[in-house]
Ligand binder design. Structure first.
Ligand code: ZN
Length: 319
């Protein structure tokens, strides 16, 4: 009898332990809304580690701007649960409604949390690059749902694709008295990128065109375009920069990515001209990129980056 009781307790204790762990993690106790401008906040910062067991899918930098009339959100996150956290953090700062949501690009970790924000504020306008709206409405939404469902498991429960509806324009939106300058890029980190410059606060949201010592997947993008996008971003001379991944900071973050894209293209271009194949030039390029070797994902991404730039150079030769 005693033994049976012990077995019963231990089998009961295990699910309880798991349940408690999961709930604690999804309360996001360490994630705060940090003010970085007179009106601008970042919910910082998802950890670099993209391992879902560590991050529960939160590894980007959702931001928001409190205007006279409402709250403008720039990027949400990977899941419904993360969206609920974002709504909660915004409510901790202001009781104004969410009026607009800008999405910086098509990758699912930047918009799959939209659902929770729209549930709480159904009137919010959702704005993104026209290419993003077209891609997701043509079926790419299912790719992102599948990808993040596999990656996040139970943490993705209940998540639905809520696709932005308004095509962004390259202009300055005046929302609740705040000037938000939108820059559009057809070929940069992806074919769907935009940056949001909160002119009044001197804060620039770069999306994944710029990260903080973090190499993103560039398979949907173009290095020449990404380099040009960093030039445009530098010309704005922002006081604070919210990057796609990693901690936000100053203009040096854009300078570092400008140097990264520029050095990489120059080095690959040099060896391409000499007739080397991508695998032959890799150790030489890596040696020339030593100042970036410590960046997150450098070791896994540098090979694909070199191969992609070789393809881009071949395409450029025919243009
Ligand atoms: Zn991305």
């Amino acid at each position: 009898m005693q033994r049976n009781t012990l077995i019963f307790c231990s089998t009961l204790a295990l699910p309880l332990y798991i349940y408690t762990q999961t709930v604690q993690a999804l309360e996001w106790p360490t994630v705060k809304a940090k003010q970085i401008g007179a009106h601008t906040y970042v919910i910082e910062h998802g950890p670099h580690d993209e391992d879902a067991k560590v991050s529960h899918g939160f590894h980007n930098n959702p931001g928001f701007v409190v205007t006279q009339d409402g709250v403008v959100v720039i990027d949400t996150g990977s899941s419904y649960e993360i969206g609920k956290m974002i709504v909660n953090r915004i409510k901790g700062v202001t009781d104004k409604p969410i009026s607009h949501i800008f999405t910086t690009h098509v990758h699912g970790d930047h918009w799959l949390a939209n659902q929770a924000l729209l549930e709480a504020f159904p009137q919010a306008q959702t704005i993104a690059h026209a290419n993003l709206i077209a891609l997701l409405n043509n079926g790419e939404d299912k790719f992102w749902l599948d990808t993040f469902s596999k990656r996040l498991g139970d943490d993705f429960a209940g998540t639905k694709a809520v696709i932005p509806t308004q095509a962004a324009e390259a202009k300055t939106y005046v929302i609740g008295g705040i000037n938000l300058q939108v820059l559009l890029f057809d070929k940069a980190h992806t074919v769907t990128d935009l940056m949001v410059h909160v002119v009044d606060d001197g804060v620039l949201f770069t999306g994944d065109i710029v990260n903080n010592e973090h190499c993103s997947f560039m398979g949907h993008g173009n290095f020449k375009g990404a380099l040009a996008a960093t030039e445009q971003a530098l010309a704005l001379k922002p006081k604070h920069v919210v990057v796609g991944h990693g901690h936000s900071g100053k203009i040096e973050l854009i300078q570092s990515f400008n140097a990264f894209y520029s050095t990489l293209r120059t080095e690959v271009g040099k060896y391409y001209e000499e007739g080397l194949a991508d695998y032959e030039m890799k150790p030489l390029v890596v040696a020339a990129m030593s100042q970036f070797k410590h960046w997150h994902n450098f070791d896994t991404q540098i090979g694909p980056y070199i191969s992609q730039i070789v393809l881009e150079l071949e395409q450029e030769a025919f243009q």
